[in-house]
Design a protein around this ligand. Structure first.
Ligand SMILES: CSCCC(=O)C(=O)COP(=O)(O)O
Ligand code: MG
Length: 261
């Protein structure tokens, strides 16, 4: 088995979710279709609620920022002119969400709405989050060895907690010391990793970030964070240069902590 030694200065392991702890197939084949199929009904049912209105306002702001993009779908401001107007607005939000999802965009606005929509599905037991089988045993071992374990995903913190709270392994939320999402910054920006270190109260070189996306690994590395790229079934392929440059693991069990036995 390949073994990757974790540098002695590392005290925090920061985990990506999709493609790292969790199969991309679970996200693409279960989580995302649920949104596409249910977004219209969700908006019609929850439209009057404060949380739903905040989600729509955030999506509208994002749509304004996206107006220069090819195929962007605008969301009109409410005019308060009756049922037809409301249905048009809901349809615009639905089209905007579907357009963003067709590009797998990671905007905070889209991710907030998705998290709120998954809440009911997880609570009703309609979905259970999948984790690769090496994840839970490895995280338990790291924590026993004194490591802190944090999550950094484009999925909203609320969505992250739903996944860890309703997994095929049971409720594993207690295995995580804290969560970060794109509210701290995007995962391809190195400043996000500095802010995460600051928020945890450590130096960036105390963190080891595990991700499947080399653009994220590169941004983290630029901030002096240690990185390893996780190769899982169904992940995007890496170039030969990326395979040579990055430390690669195919299972969390390949990480060796000098402090553990
Ligand atoms: C954790 S919520 C479901 C996954 C998701 O919406 C997403 O965008 C995952 O992105 P990641 O940063 O974990 O690769
Ligand atoms: Mg990922």
């Amino acid at each position: 088995m390949v073994v990757l030694s974790v540098p002695a200065e590392v005290t925090v392991i920061l985990l990506d979710i999709e493609g790292t702890t969790t199969p991309i197939a679970f996200v693409k084949d279960i989580l995302f279709p649920y949104i596409k199929e249910n977004v219209k009904e969700y908006l019609q049912t929850h439209w009057e609620e404060e949380e739903c209105q905040q989600d729509v306002n955030l999506l509208r702001k994002q749509a304004e920022e996206d107006s220069h993009l090819d195929g962007a779908v605008p969301i009109p401001a409410a005019s308060g002119n009756g049922a037809d107007d409301l249905q048009q607005m809901i349809q615009a939000v639905v089209d905007n969400v579907r357009w963003q999802m067709s590009l797998d965009r990671k905007t905070t606005a889209l991710k907030q709405l998705q998290g709120h929509m998954w809440r009911a599905a997880f609570a009703a037991g309609r979905m259970k989050a999948e984790f690769f089988e090496d994840v839970v045993p490895a995280v338990r071992k790291w924590r026993e060895a004194g490591m802190k374990v944090y999550i950094y995903s484009s999925g909203s913190v609320e969505a992250q907690k739903l996944l860890f709270g309703h997994s095929t392994e049971g409720d594993i939320l207690e295995l995580v010391d804290g969560h970060f999402d794109t509210k701290i910054g995007h995962k391809v920006e190195s400043e996000s990793y500095r802010k995460i270190a600051n928020s945890i109260g450590c130096s960036t070189n105390n963190i080891l970030f595990l991700t499947d996306v080399t653009l994220e690994a590169s941004a983290a590395e630029e901030a002096d964070v240690h990185v390893a790229v996780v190769v899982r079934p169904g992940n995007a392929g890496l170039t030969d240069d990326e395979k040579t440059y990055y430390s690669l693991i195919t299972s969390f069990s390949e990480l060796y902590l000098p402090s553990s036995t």
